[in-house]
Design a protein around this ligand. Sequence first.
Ligand SMILES: Nc1nc2c(c(=O)[nH]1)N[C@H]1C(S)=C(S)[C@@H](COP(=O)(O)O)O[C@H]1N2
Ligand SMILES: [Mo]
Length: 326
Amino acid sequence: MATVGYEYSAEEPLNREPPVEDLVSSFFTESDGYDRNHGPIPHIDASEHIVRVDGAVENILELSVDQLHKDFAQHEVKAGVTVSDGQNAHVAFACFQTPCQEDSWYGGSIELERAMREDADVVLALEMNGNPLSPNHGYPVRVVAPGIAGARSVKWLDRITVQLHESANFYQQHDYKVLPPEAVDGESAKQYWHTVPAIQDMPVNSVVAVPKSGDTVAVSPDGTIPVKGYALPSGENGPVTKVEVSSDEGKTWNEADLISHPEDRENTKWAWTLWRAAVKVEPGHPRSVWSRAADKSGNVQPSCPQWNLRGVVYNGYGEAKDLTVV
Ligand SMILES: Nc1nc2c(c(=O)[nH]1)N[C@H]1C(S)=C(S)[C@@H](COP(=O)(O)O)O[C@H]1N2
Ligand SMILES: [Mo]
């Protein structure tokens, strides 16, 4: 470990997101305004940073960032995983650089099978869009586990452990889980945390970005208003295959145009999809616009999933409500 300084505190970590209309303005997000942290941001000296691979492996590895750069593709195989099929093994990722709000370290785990499968594209990332990772996104090395909740994509990675149980970290055991509706506060949640699985794959989702709830929108001569948003497939079931938009609270739906990767139109499995539509809306107030997405496996957004205490994996219809159409 070689931390040369911290930013922010464990009590008030950096958490922010850009305005949603900026998000949908281009396929590649230009503003670097999305950050999610449970603790301070460490500034690490990459030349001294080591990622240790241990647990149920034949060879414990101590990998420098330089080695990861030069020949990462070979390393997982080198380590020699020693668990057999059907053992329900996990790969735990850990960062010990800074304390977090609810634990003294940060960690998460995914299934070993998923981590090892080539088409699951779980990677140790050293770069983002061709540049070294910035400190806030995990410099010098982080996990990126596509399709899986961001909480498992551990930043400032110190250790990878192959083990027969999930990560013991707070954020795997007592957060990022869908609790039953009987859990209504911290106290009543206590008896349920160990009964429900940790969130892994995220569900299909879509968001209406333009207009925003409460906006006043001018109707075009053809009686339509422009609507823009984004959509995500569930887990490994990408790409998004359809987004529909309704301006009559779900009675009728119109198919939106999907905007995928500008250069690489084939390689869309993990990517989000931007979409736009022109929908007929009668002038007046209040008006609303809803969106719902479907993915390659036929998963469709529900209108409103069951409430849960942490409000996680919410994927009800996208919505802009309380619109004034003039
Ligand atoms: N070490 C560490 N890794 C972490 C976190 C953290 O607080 N500490 N937050 C997790 C969560 S909850 C998410 S959503 C993603 C966010 O990554 P980003 O800030 O680069 O978008 O990082 C994950 N990895
Ligand atoms: Mo997260």
